[in-house]
Design a protein around this ligand. Structure first.
Ligand code: G4P
Length: 528
């Protein structure tokens, strides 16, 4: 074994940080991402990411853009270097672009940054994304944004994190005032204050202090705010959780940072602390046991496939997360599921909206592979050997529709389209157990239906009709003896493509009732 390659991989792994930002729309994810990219020198002007976001605001626009550009602009991985680290930010689309892909992307991250609006607290989409991260046990860092606006008290927000998400928190810094009175933050770990200066809060001054009782803070923030700060921090010192790196690493404790992304306030210190505390690429479980990122043998898995919406260019991009070894352009690897060698000759790395050909890459990096239709979500690629990484979870759909084909003569193409698109992970398909041959589609986000309809027409020449159904929850039912008649009130029992039983419910009440009535059944959020 060549020592130098091992050393090289080890160094590259150690300096890498691959994470996703999870938040509810409007919390400031685009703004924060942009500030991080500016620090890393990956973009030169503010507004670059914003413009990209604005241009894909409506779904119809998104389709048009996809068509013009040939291939996806909506999903990207942004990479930059900062203080010796190589940072990969995985984009998790929100708004209308929210889909099962958003969840799958989280499986490729080693940590998450949870962004919360100080006035709104924990919101619906944050909860969903948090739960996916929670299940994986990855570290979660919290940034409470928009401190320049009047918001909820920091204690109230910490309590909400615990009540709603079930995670304890440890504030790394603490606001001195808020909204119009915002003066700065006190950095609890480094004993320093960061102060907003000037009317527009545009200058930031950092002062080292003894502790939070230091008269310097009183001088700068005034008596009232300083008294408030000392009172709150005394309480926190006594009643709050101490910082515990192990708990943070297991995702049981979230370090909390306060700031204002749009004012670039608290962003740099957040980034620096995050880089120090966040993990480098973790080992992955496979059929051959744990695969360590530092192994020389290249391995990776596909977590997302982005289809080209332009019928003239049927190419697709498969997103691969590198798990071990060194990737080199042109290298031959085994496509384990099909048992064939393939050559990775035109890999793409993503940086904001540009796509660059990548020559080499390391664990934690994401590369885009041109896919002529050979990949499926969850496929493993490996240099020699038969490594198969653990299957990606199937996420519980929340929107359902019955699908019918307009022209009965197209039934064969219709079937082919459904088979291929479900395999690709575009939608989930279920079959009714009622005796009627009904096909029901389930998705996490509305956009998935639109993409499905579009592709069925474009690629398979089939016009379909979707009839929305009233269900909102799906649970995989595990029971030796299932009685479909117990799933009739505001619910229905269907089967997934593997024949597993899945109950669909119109509301939470119906789901709870079914759980009470079927105490011997297990109700699972993901396929068994
Ligand atoms: P998103 O990607 O999470 O959806 O959020 P985005 O960054 O687009 O931010 C949503 C809105 O919140 C934007 O305002 C943005 O300027 C604002 N914002 C982000 N960070 C802060 C902050 O620290 N303080 C305050 N007060 N506002 C913040 P907008 O009016 O929707 O857009 P724009 O016209 O300002 O661009």
């Amino acid at each position: 074994m060549s020592k130098t390659l091992t050393e090289e991989i080890k160094n590259e792994v150690e300096r890498r940080r691959t994470f996703a930002i999870i938040s509810h729309p409007d919390a400031g994810k685009t703004t924060l991402t942009e500030k991080l990219l500016l620090f890393g020198g990956a973009i030169r002007e503010a507004g670059t990411v914003k413009a990209r976001k604005a241009s894909k605001h409506a779904t119809s626009d998104w389709m048009a853009i996809e068509k013009q550009r040939g291939i996806s602009v909506t999903s990207s991985v942004m990479q930059f270097d900062y203080l010796g680290h190589r940072v990969n930010i995985l984009d998790t689309p929100g708004h209308q672009d929210f889909s099962e892909d958003t969840y799958r992307t989280l499986t490729a991250a080693d940590s998450a940054v949870m962004l919360i609006d100080v006035a709104k607290g924990v919101e619906a989409q944050t909860i969903k994304l948090f739960q996916v991260c929670r299940k994986r046990g990855i570290p979660i860092f919290t940034f409470i944004n928009k401190l320049d606006r009047e918001g909820r008290s920091p204690f109230e927000l910490m309590e909400e994190l615990e009540q709603v998400l079930g995670i304890r928190s440890v504030p790394m810094n603490w606001p001195i005032g808020m909204g119009r009175d915002l003066c700065g933050v006190y950095d609890r770990m480094n004993n320093q204050v960061e102060l907003f200066q000037g009317n527009d809060h545009s200058t930031i001054e950092v002062r080292k202090v003894e502790d939070y009782n230091d008269p310097i803070i009183r001088e700068m923030a005034g008596e009232f705010l300083h008294d408030q700060l000392t009172g709150e921090l005394e309480l926190l010192d006594v009643a709050g959780d101490p910082f515990d790196f192990e708990k943070v690493s297991r995702g049981e404790l979230t370090p909390v940072f306060f700031g204002s992304a749009v004012n670039n306030f608290g962003v740099q210190t957040f980034l620096e602390n995050f880089l120090k505390l966040a993990p480098s690429p973790a080992p992955r479980n496979s059929t051959e046991g744990r695969v360590e990122p530092t192994e020389e043998k290249f391995t990776g898995y596909i977590f997302k496939i982005q289809a080209n919406m332009n019928p003239a260019h049927r190419d697709r991009i498969a997103f691969l997360r590198i798990c071990s070894g060194r990737f080199e352009r042109g290298m031959a690897v085994k496509h384990v599921r099909v048992g064939k060698e393939i050559k990775l000759s035109q890999p793409q790395q993503f940086l904001a909206q540009d796509r660059d050909i990548v020559e080499s890459a390391y664990p934690g990096d994401i590369i885009g592979l041109f896919d002529p239709g050979i990949f499926r979500i969850g496929d493993s690629l490996s240099q020699g050997g038969e490594v198969i990484f653990d299957e990606l979870p199937t996420f519980s759909p929340e929107i359902f529709a019955k699908v019918t084909v307009k022209n009965a003569l197209k039934h064969k193409q219709y079937q082919k389209g459904i088979d291929q698109l479900t395999e690709e992970g575009t939608i989930q398909v279920f079959h009714s157990t009622s005796g009627f041959d009904e096909t029901i589609l389930g998705v996490v986000g509305q956009l998935q239906f639109e993409v499905f309809e579009y592709r069925m027409k474009g690629e398979y020449g089939v016009d379909i009709q979707l009839h929305r159904m009233p269900y909102q929850f799906a649970r995989w039912i595990v029971d030796e003896k299932i009685d479909p008649s117990k799933f009739r009130i505001n619910s229905t029992l269907v089967q997934d493509k593997k024949g597993n039983y899945v109950a669909l419910f119109e509301n939470e009440y119906a789901m709870r009732t079914a759980m009470d009535k079927n105490p011997t059944s297990k109700f699972l959020e993901t396929a068994p």
